[in-house]
Design a protein around this ligand. Structure first.
Ligand code: COA
Length: 424
């Protein structure tokens, strides 16, 4: 493989191209910085990606003549600029983004990716982030790859042959890590409640944040758990080491842990490297509800910014301020609901850190409903579990108030009486 400098490689990008950036912990920061260095000479370059790590300098307003962003997920590096004209959010189910890219309606001129070095057959691996990168690489006219021996060689839909790569840059850069943070007491209490809902032989999906990790800590006495999840982190490692997660009860990809991207520590990346037990697959497959539902007892654990008393789940915005993205929440909540014995769970602290109730009579004006009230079954806070499935609106309101913070229950009851029914 012939290597060139990052400057030379990124020099192939022209005005008005659409450039895809490999996401999550695979973000090729060296290439991103080099692209931003061309801000004075480039015009109208559209940048697209899911969540990325690093500083995302291209999103800064001073570079808006050169670059504008159309992102499928708003991470904290571009959050300050979202809703400005040059940084916009595309709401789309994660399961559908690969299909959208493959449809040709969203052509990608250049993909900037980070991969492991080629194996003896000439295949590099997309490593910790296969998700929508698989479809972007399949469709991109040019691929500029940062080839990095520190990128774990993962197995699945991750392989890309050197013949597809237009320009390769070699560097031994650190892969972004998202080391586990200490869990709060509230997260631990929520985790304990979730663990009560998880049955032996369940297949788990874990969403973003500390709550799924807290739940994993209480599964030490469970048996034959499996994993089919769009993302995962270090939280699964102790359960794999103890044989509690073994995938033996799974109906599809039996014995394998299936995922699409990973965000963890070097320990996790070492575990994933060349490991045939971990399948990193296209998110169009992983998040497909018809695939998810094939496993029994799919237990999907996702979080929310707000839940209203009818069960509507806001997860991508705080009012009109876009905070994150639709992601795969609805894919898995629905997939779990369709799975035999499945349990779709929305888990959240009852209040924000400043004491505002996250369980609300009505969502904020402009709040994005990621999961509808018809999709939701269980809502869990540190105060317990509300089972909403099959309940009418007044019953739902009562169940949700029962898991609200005690300081807010009286006011929620008053508002519920006015808004949703005078039957209790
Ligand atoms: N009103 C005002 N502010 C609120 C709020 C509310 N109801 N709820 C949360 N916030 C603020 C918090 O105070 C916090 O602010 P800070 O960062 O300044 O402390 C911030 O918003 C984030 O809240 P937090 O509860 O810590 O979020 P989280 O990191 O646990 O993530 C989601 C929760 C919903 C944003 C996240 O799960 C998500 O993006 N989900 C959508 C996609 C998805 O679920 N995908 C599935 C699998 S990947």
């Amino acid at each position: 493989m012939q290597y060139v400098s990052a400057e030379h490689a990124v020099g192939l990008i022209k005005n008005n191209e659409r450039v895809f950036i490999h996401g999550g912990c695979a973000t090729p920061e060296r290439l991103v910085n080099e692209l931003t260095n061309r801000s004075k000479e480039l015009k109208g370059v559209e940048i697209t990606h899911m969540h990325t790590e690093g500083h995302a300098p291209y999103a800064r307003p001073e570079f808006s003549a050169a670059f504008h962003v159309n992102a499928f997920f708003i991470a904290k590096n571009i959050r300050p600029y979202v809703n400005e004209q040059h940084v916009q959010y595309i709401p789309m189910f994660l399961s559908e983004i690969p299909m959208f890219i493959r449809s040709g309606k969203f052509p990608i001129d250049t993909a900037l990716i980070q991969v492991s070095p080629p194996d003896q057959h000439g295949y590099c691996s997309l490593g910790v982030s296969v998700d929508i990168a698989r479809s972007a690489c399949d469709m991109a006219t040019k691929i500029i790859a940062l080839v990095n021996p520190r990128m774990p060689r993962t197995i699945g839909d991750s392989m890309i042959h050197v013949s597809r790569i237009t320009a390769a840059v070699y560097a031994e850069d650190s892969i972004f890590e998202s080391a586990p943070v200490a869990l709060t007491d509230i997260e631990m209490q929520i985790g304990k409640h979730i663990a009560e809902l998880v049955e032996d032989e369940a297949t788990l999906q874990m969403g973003i944040g500390g709550i799924p990790n807290a739940a994993l800590q209480f599964l030490e006495n469970h048996k034959n758990l499996g994993v089919h999840t769009e993302m995962f982190n270090d939280g699964v490692l102790p359960l794999i080491e103890k044989g509690i997660i073994n995938g033996q009860a799974k109906k599809i990809h039996r014995g394998k842990m299936v995922s699409s991207f990973a965000m963890g520590s070097q320990k996790l990346y070492d575990f994933m490297d060349d490991n045939p037990e971990v399948l990193m697959l296209d998110v169009g497959h992983v998040n497909d509800t018809t695939v998810i539902r094939k496993n029994k007892k799919v237990t999907a654990i996702n979080s929310a910014l707000e839940v209203d008393l009818t069960g509507q789940v806001c997860a991508d915005s705080i009012g009109t301020d876009i905070f994150s993205g639709v992601g795969g929440q609805m894919d898995f909540i629905r997939g779990a609901s369709l799975s035999e014995g499945g349990k779709p769970i929305i888990a959240l602290p009852s209040t924000t850190k400043s004491g505002i109730s996250k369980l609300v009579p009505t969502l904020k004006v402009g709040a994005g409903v990621v999961t509808t009230r018809a999709h939701v079954h269980y809502v869990v806070t540190e105060y317990g579990i509300a089972d909403l499935y099959g309940k009418n609106i007044a019953q739902r309101a009562k169940a949700i108030i029962g898991i609200a913070h005690p300081n807010h229950r009286e006011e929620l009851e008053r508002q519920s009486y006015d808004l949703y029914g005078k039957c209790w």
